[in-house]
Design a protein around this ligand. Sequence first.
Ligand code: PLP
Length: 388
Amino acid sequence: TPSKRITGITPSGKDGWEVHFAAMRKKLAGEPILMLSVGDHDFDTPAGTVEACVAAIRGGYHHYIQLPGLPRLREGMARLSTECTGVDTTPDEIIVTQGGQGALFAVCQGVLDPGDHAIMISPYYATYPGTVRAAGASFTEVDAKAESGFEPDIAAIEAAVRPETRLLMINSPNNPTGAVYSRQTLEGIAEICRRHDLWLLSDEVYWTIRADAEHVSPRALAGMKERTLVVNSLSKSHGMTGWRVGWLTGPAEMVRHLINLNLVSSYGLADFVSRAAIEAVENGHGVREIAERYGRRRAAFLESITGLGDLKIRGSEGGMYVMLDISAVDPDCEAFAWRLLEDEKVAVMPGTSFGPSAAGHIRVSMCQTEETLREAAQRLRRFVARAA
Ligand code: PLP
């Protein structure tokens, strides 16, 4: 029989993904579905990065690499972490991972023992529960309420802390809500971590993609550098979802232990992918363009839905998604998403796919052109008018 650890790794356990899968099937069958359910870019990786990979393959970079990542890549990532977190970072505080997911996995393996407990803020990215369970630990979900712009309530986090709690997991800018946590919220979170001696996992994979909101990393707050593990990735910022390049920033001592995890799990990245990643990191291929593109898309979509019935916009200061409160039209967001797909051929994710506090909402992905987003807004307008 498979181990308890492996059978515990279920997907987030919510049914809303069925809407997405049904939409994919319809799209493949030729129906004109607007796919606003996906979380992947609709454009390719910037040419400079691709060319570096091709040159590396042709140049014979086909071999094992040094763990925990090529020195030049760790140096480049350290510079990015300095920029992202506002804290001077050295390469020995960096471990290169297989995507941001590899960094999430490394954090959970690095700080959780079987029987330990973690706290995550709901709604959350779909893999969080499985990644904690893979370490044999349990978790509590603390709801971030729509009324507070999906920022978590500090007292509610504090109330969830138990003697066996070792880790608090946060994500800002947030998937799925688009919320960017305020400095005040992060200060409150930092205070809890210091008081209860917790590790803080700060998932900052969307840090470059935000509207005007300032990016504050909790790593920069007093007494937090030694207890914060920052998850980063080239997937979103550099347009490289399929390349699987991410990294973790944390205290050098923790990084030293995680090098052993790297050794027994992935043995690092592909040689030529690492060379492409160096090129992407050193030259910042795509970063500004991608951030600006999502900014324009978010603005175009939000403008096209203004005054749309009683729909309210929540969060959406950053990341690649917009959350809409559709509860005035239909309190059941899954039913809303199914009907929107059937009637108007627009695919969105029901909020319940991400946790109970996003019930009554739909997540609209900005991973389509402005034109498609405007068209989707028109269809949504028609749909809501009919439902009224
Ligand atoms: N964290 C969040 C919040 C995400 O949304 C994602 C991907 O969608 C990841 C981590 C994983 O990133 P990667 O694709 O680099 O593994």
